[in-house]
Design a protein around this ligand. Structure first.
Ligand code: TYD
Length: 392
């Protein structure tokens, strides 16, 4: 049974950056639920994929060094450990992972044509389609079966998990490996990172919930790795559970125990989280108020989808945050959804006239701090809301 635990207010589509403020944006109530049986956390309002993932999707995986390094490292591991004949990536975005593979050994699935075209133009085989049963059947006709399927930050964006996993099992070879990675619910709750929730993130997986989902499809997690990407993600290594001796690594059991110890199996944990989120909102607003009373200039850094949740939930406008900087080409000169805050193309010169920077991309703190050494040396300060609103 789904039990409601938090309302994050009326939220526009998180990646729908506006060219001008006259456009009226649709907003949807962002309600979070906990399923007492499967332990799955999800949002209740499901927006059709076509409204969110289309030819204007701005997010680019290759934009940060942290992500390109992470994908490069993974590609080396995949080649060394599994050496797949063919790798299929669901949600290949702008090709951050697949460019590390031989063009004859990799297939991408990417519904956003602006992104799919980037890798198509480089000569990769890309299906510019949504991941579903009919696409899986089409790929099966052409390739028979696939021995490694990979997907990062994509499956949690698709409402029908039954279709997602039955399509995967249609295509995965008998001994095939499925690797998926997504933000970790444990890290999200521990860090009070409520901005992990927005309309695209229909689910935030815990290991507990994923085990329950995979069971239905006779799939089993045999290894996992906790990653720093996206503020704390988990990469799962999955196979068919064919009753032969599957060597399940101890870290899978340890992770489940850690989650149970933290209370991810209990509704009361999420009620507590809801209280902490409201406290966090109040503390962040107070922090901004105090800084503005001193007439200091605050800008935002990294116009993330996550920022949309914070700005709309905390009612933050351009009187508080003057503008955001971001390196993504498709975000430049647009406005953060639901706000009147403009996004400017990143230019290091901006930092000279700024006192405080709100870390929209807090998950890239290390990379950003490295880049902004000068700002820090000159007494500039950062503001973050994780795990608590504070000045760094
Ligand atoms: P990210 O946190 O990956 O995602 P989401 O939108 O899913 O919340 O987005 C990071 C954003 O921050 C992206 O728009 C690029 C931007 N960015 C910069 O502008 N400069 C940087 O140095 C880094 C690392 C990211």
């Amino acid at each position: 049974m789904n039990k409601f635990f938090l309302n994050l207010g009326l939220q526009p589509l998180a990646n729908n950056y506006l060219s001008n403020l006259k456009v009226k944006q649709k907003k949807y109530n962002l309600n979070l639920n906990f399923n007492t049986k499967t332990k799955l956390v999800s949002i209740s309002k499901r927006i059709p994929s076509k409204e969110m993932f289309n030819n204007k999707y701005p997010y680019r995986s290759s934009i940060s060094q942290t992500m390109t390094d992470s994908f490069k490292k993974l590609s080396l591991e995949i080649k060394r450990k599994f050496n797949p004949k063919i790798l299929l990536e669901i949600g290949s975005n702008d090709g951050a992972l697949i460019i590390n593979f031989n063009k004859n050994k990799v297939i991408g699935v990417e519904p956003c044509s602006n992104l799919a075209n980037i890798t198509k133009e480089k000569g990769f085989k890309i299906f510019n389609k949504y991941w579903n049963f009919s696409l899986a059947r089409r790929i099966k006709k052409e390739f028979k079966s696939i021995d490694l399927i990979y997907s990062a930050n994509t499956l949690t964006h698709i409402s029908n998990l039954n279709e997602v996993f039955s399509s995967i099992t249609t295509l995965l070879s008998k001994d095939g490996i499925l690797i998926i990675e997504d933000p970790s619910l444990l890290e999200c709750i521990k860090k009070n990172a409520y901005d992990q929730f927005y309309n695209e993130h229909i689910y935030v997986f815990s290991t507990l919930s994923l085990v329950n989902i995979l069971k239905k499809f006779n799939l089993i997690i045999f290894d996992l790795k906790n990653l720093e990407t996206h503020g704390g993600s988990t990469r799962y290594y999955i196979k068919r559970n064919c009753n032969t001796n599957i060597n399940i690594k101890q870290n899978v059991k340890s992770q489940i125990n850690k989650e149970i110890k933290f209370g991810l199996n209990k509704f009361s944990t999420f009620k507590k989280f809801a209280i902490n989120v409201k406290k966090s909102k109040y503390a962040l607003c107070e922090l901004f108020k105090k800084i503005k009373q001193k007439n200091k200039v605050i800008i935002g850094y990294g116009a993330t989808a996550k920022s949309t949740t914070i700005l709309n939930f905390c009612n933050i406008n351009n009187k508080i945050i003057k503008f955001f900087v971001d390196t993504t080409p498709d975000k430049s000169n647009k406005f953060l959804p639901g706000t009147n805050i403009k996004i400017k193309k990143y230019n290091p010169k901006f930092m000279k006239k700024v006192d405080y920077i709100f870390l929209g991309a807090w998950n890239f703190k290390k990379e950003i701090f490295k880049k902004e050494k000068k700002f820090i040396k000159n007494g500039g300060k950062f503001i973050t809301h994780v795990p608590l609103p504070r000045i760094i």
